[in-house]
Design a protein around this ligand. Structure first.
Ligand code: TA6
Length: 282
């Protein structure tokens, strides 16, 4: 089952429900912002103060950072994390191959959006598979006659029971750029625990990440393909308080594990070629 709704302010949402799970997606940004298996605590975190307004990225779920990740240091005037997450994507199709699987496909191409930053012929496709597991794929096609370079992230916000009671495994001994210290490179041989602001881009890693959530008594596995970077972020107290759409205490029940190609891990796409980044959560 799926239903399209327009909120009073004109913001569109798509609600998905099948035998095993439910989800909500905004065509703006192809933004999956709610997913839960039936009867379970939602997998994705959504700020209670998130805004559902045209032109504003929803604070939570899976923002699509594309065709660049983060701040563009060469062009500081550009929107952070690219323009895809506030663009209106086209709902291409919804397939229900079986009673427990719903596949939603949305597209954004260069003819659908006026923007001065990425002067190429492109088509981006986001495919969301809602079932017992959640899979999100972002495909970039180069439809022009010159190569272009992107960075990207599926900037996924995960719900946790208590940020002080989780450990994140899989990135031990992987070099990361610490955004809290000018992207200085560091490494640790221990699972990640969070007791303050964390903002790290782990580089040159294809590793599966596991969030061990003792409070919710669950283990969330984040697998990926064609992704060389994994971003781990928690804003902690001050940064959470500084964001109007991020509930002040929201940092206590979320962590971002982002499947990405970021910083040094850029992706060059030749004319006529395509590249697909996939995050699979179970
Ligand atoms: O992914 C981590 C990060 O780059 C942080 O530095 C922080 O800026 C976060 O993304 C959220 O960015 P946003 O533009 O969504 O507020």
């Amino acid at each position: 089952m799926h239903k399209r709704t327009t909120l009073e302010n004109g913001f569109e949402i798509i609600e998905i429900a099948n035998a095993v799970a439910k989800a909500k997606i905004a065509p703006q940004g192809a933004h999956l912002y709610d997913y839960a298996r039936r009867g379970e605590t939602p997998l994705l975190w959504l700020s209670p103060t998130a805004r559902f307004e045209n032109g504003k990225a929803i604070r939570g779920g899976v923002p699509v950072c594309w065709p660049w990740f983060g701040k563009d240091r060469k062009h500081p005037e550009r929107p952070q994390h690219g323009f895809a997450r506030t663009a209106m994507w086209h709902l291409e199709r919804i397939d229900e191959p079986d009673e427990g699987t719903t596949i939603v496909t949305l597209t954004l191409d260069h003819t659908q959006i006026e923007q001065p930053w990425f002067p190429y012929a492109f088509k981006a496709t986001l495919t969301i598979s809602v079932g017992r597991n959640l899979s999100v794929s972002l495909t970039t096609e180069n439809r022009g006659d010159e190569a272009f370079e992107i960075t990207e992230a599926l900037h996924t916000y995960f719900t946790v029971g208590d940020i002080g009671n989780i450990s994140i495994e899989g990135l031990e001994n992987v070099t990361y750029a610490d955004n809290l210290e000018g992207f200085k490179h560091k490494v640790s041989d221990a699972p990640i625990t969070v007791a303050g602001e964390v903002d790290r881009v782990y580089l040159d890693t294809e590793a599966t990440v596991v969030i061990r959530d003792d409070a919710l008594e669950r283990v969330v596995t984040v697998g990926k393909s064609d992704s060389r970077s994994t971003v781990v972020w928690n804003p902690w107290i001050d940064k959470a308080a500084a964001m109007a759409d991020f509930a002040d205490d929201g940092y206590q029940t979320m962590v971002c594990i982002e499947t990405a190609n970021a910083l040094d891990n850029t992706v060059t796409i030749a004319p006529g070629a395509s590249h697909t980044l996939t995050q699979t959560v179970s």
